[in-house]
Write a protein that binds this ligand. Sequence first.
Ligand SMILES: Nc1ncnc2c1ncn2[C@@H]1O[C@H](COP(=O)(O)OP(=O)(O)OP(=O)(O)O)[C@@H](O)[C@H]1O
Length: 238
Amino acid sequence: MGQDASPVFSARGLCKTYGSGEAIVYALRDLDLDIWNGEFVVLLGPSGSGKSTLLNILGGLDAPTSGHASWRDHELTGASEAELTRYRREHVGFVFQFYNLIPSLTVEENVELVASIAENPMKPVEALALVGLSHRLRHFPSQLSGGEQQRVAVARAIVKRPDALLCDEPTGALDVETGKLVLAALARANAELGATTIVITHNSAIAGMANRVLRLGHGRIVADERNTTLMRPEELSW
Ligand SMILES: Nc1ncnc2c1ncn2[C@@H]1O[C@H](COP(=O)(O)OP(=O)(O)OP(=O)(O)O)[C@@H](O)[C@H]1O
């Protein structure tokens, strides 16, 4: 893991509220955070604690109500829609709980779609090899298991060689063994591409494979811990 002098993601006084007056909901409350290059961060916390809101702001999908968030020397807060679109396209790979593959395209074509608009992509077959799916290139999503479809989604996220890989409940819909294969694909992308990786999960067992574990509670970071020994995804149990 690299430790540059400055963080890749930085947040200061981040607040996100919905509604107003007595009905106001605080999704994030005055949150400060630094994430360093190449880290594999697991973000834990109860439902409603602000995990997705934080990830979406760091990924340029959402804007805070107040405070600042930046990626390297790019201020994300206050950036125009066009700037955020470019930031997402050039620098960020997303993986969500549901895979959102295009059913009428093959596995390879789904990944090619993103490669075709990226600046310096790897070949789709390389990305699919990284997630262990070299043998399913010509299949359609409906011919794959949920875990295989999620690994296609990981390949689609990494084919552009993103600087950051942001994952919201990537194993939420999967059984244990399949979930571990997806986690192994994420760990490999983090190690081999150096993509700074943030994974939201409700499953605290996954924290064992992270360099760093952040816990959110009521819109704040309530614990920030580093693991000295890392478990491999296949060693995790839940
Ligand atoms: N569009 C919205 N309108 C109103 N309230 C919202 C909206 N989006 C999020 N919230 C509220 O903000 C808070 C934080 O939501 P967020 O989705 O970030 O939590 P989370 O920790 O990711 O939850 P979960 O684990 O259930 O996905 C919650 O109380 C949620 O109800």
